[in-house]
Design a protein around this ligand. Structure first.
Ligand code: AHR
Length: 493
């Protein structure tokens, strides 16, 4: 029997809602088609932004949205994307698919999207191919209230008041597509560029330095050593790729070997956060600098017949388990992890939403975001567990992953993932600190097969249902998790 003790009276700090953040790049059909259809589209829209996608994203309470890339950010010149649309520069998106970028979705459209979603914008500036002046002027354009060339231009373009901009990234993957730099060089550039990312008026920018590729601990070491006093956050990027970069594995057509390796690689996020945090602790023991996981998620081979540069992949129950595992890991590192942005919101990589013309479907990953949103800004609770393993071919992984929190109203939320595709998990949960769990209810996401997914023809193959396999006796819960399931329980005492 698996045993879990949750100390409901020992809180361990806030779970920053920004770990439920998103990332939308000018890549494939994420921005164009997925989010932006233009005012003249027959698809119902609000000033060019499709209404169905907006409504779905509002439901999961997107707290922060990263834009315009990704690799695109270090090729993006923001001035091309403001002013009258008919004269905006047309360019080729060389990095992603070689398609024409007409710049119809630019700064104003992005800020409108964030306003409609009621989320914080997180803009990534161009270090790789942009100048200090260009970055500095972008910040001036967006946030300066008074008289200045950039603020005047913003007003001419229809935005009288400056926007509030909190999160700003100084480059993206500068070890790779963002300029192939060495950490010593980038850390000097970071120091230089960030100097001119000014705080105008009451706008205070949280500056995020471009961080390491997965386990490049030296990058974190050098960045922290050379620049930690000049940053508020440092990023890392880590993708869950079951194969290698030449054959990443299929999104839908896989068997248990790939299921197992995917779970193993998803669990690796825990090790990466632990090790990067240990380095950060050396320079920043007070944990002032946040670890920002601004790209994460599954990365599989693209769907057959689609542009390889569009990174379009389906999304199965396996993706849902990967999302649940990540959130539990992020919760359990809430002292250092202050933001995470899944890649990407619509039609790209581990997407929440897929679209085809006017049709839209929600993926299993979307449903996990919906089930877990109760943890946003809640107090993390201490969890001690002794659970069994999921065994495959002589290898093992922890079968059950758990995290818990208490929200402002005092409700306790517990999220559990059973990653074993064949075996259920019986779990006894003791809620210390309360006498009686008066009301317990929950929802579950599971399905008959590990490959199950939603399609435009069958949209609800994988969707959450009410969860009833829980027996309550005073402060003890007996829970039965079916194989490959994600469950969120709510307890009122
Ligand atoms: O999310 C897709 C790409 O992955 C991003 O553009 C880049 O930053 C990363 O390599």
């Amino acid at each position: 029997m698996n045993k879990v003790i949750i100390n409901t009276d020992i809180t361990q700090g806030v779970i920053n809602k920004n770990i439920y953040g998103h990332f939308a790049e000018h890549l494939g059909r994420c921005i164009y088609e997925g989010i932006w259809v233009g005012e003249d589209s027959s698809i119902p829209n609000t000033k060019g932004i499709r209404n169905d996608v907006l409504a779905a994203l509002k439901q999961i309470k997107v707290p922060v949205l990263r834009w315009p890339g990704g690799c695109f950010a270090d090729e993006y010149h923001w001035k091309d994307g403001v002013g009258p649309k008919e004269v905006r520069k047309r360019m080729v998106n060389t990095h992603w698919g070689g398609v024409v970028e007409n710049n119809h979705f630019g700064t104003h459209e992005f800020m409108l999207l964030c306003e409609l979603l009621e989320c914080e914008p997180y803009i990534c500036g161009n270090v790789g191919s942009g100048t200090v002046q260009e970055m500095s002027e972008w910040v001036e354009y967006m946030t300066f209230e008074g008289e200045s060339p950039m603020a005047n231009w913003r007003r001419e373009n229809g935005q009288e008041k400056p926007w509030k901009l909190k999160y700003f990234g100084v480059g993206n993957e500068n070890w790779g597509c963002g300029g192939n730099m060495r950490p010593e060089y980038y850390s000097d550039l970071y120091r230089q560029y960030q100097t001119y990312v000014r705080n105008y008026g009451g706008n205070k920018i949280y500056k995020i330095a471009g961080g390491a590729n997965s386990d490049d601990y030296n990058w974190t070491e050098v960045l922290m050593k050379n620049a930690h006093r000049m940053m508020d956050g440092l990023s890392i990027h880590y993708y869950t790729v079951p194969g290698d970069w030449t054959d990443k594995g299929a999104a839908v057509d896989f068997a248990e070997d790939e299921w197992f390796i995917t779970m193993k690689k998803a669990y690796r996020m825990d090790e990466l956060i632990t090790k990067h945090s240990t380095i950060m602790d050396k320079y920043d023991p007070e944990k002032r600098v946040g670890l920002i996981i601004d790209e994460w998620g599954t990365w599989f081979n693209v769907e057959k017949g689609t542009n390889p540069g569009f990174l379009y992949q389906q999304n199965t129950l396996r993706d849902a388990l990967v999302a649940g595992l990540h959130f539990n890991i992020f919760h359990n590192h809430n002292d250092r992890v202050q933001m995470a942005n899944i890649a990407q919101t619509v039609n790209v990589l581990q997407a929440m939403i897929l679209t085809e013309g006017e049709k839209m479907i929600l993926t299993p990953t979307y449903h996990v975001f919906d089930m877990y949103k109760v943890h946003q800004d809640a107090q993390r609770l201490e969890v001690a567990s002794s659970c069994g393993n999921y065994e495959y071919n002589g290898q093992t992984l922890p079968q059950v992953s758990i995290s818990a929190s208490r929200d402002e109203q005092g409700k306790i939320h517990i999220s559990l993932c059973n990653i074993d595709p064949l075996n259920k998990a019986d779990i006894e949960i003791e809620l210390r600190g309360i006498n009686d769990a008066a009301r317990v209810f929950g929802s579950i996401l599971t399905s008959g097969s590990m490959n199950d997914h939603n399609t435009f023809e069958q949209q609800d193959v994988v969707k959450p249902c009410e969860f009833n396999d829980v027996n309550v006796s005073n402060n003890q819960l007996a829970v039965q998790l079916p194989p490959m399931s994600v469950v969120t329980l709510t307890i009122e005492s």
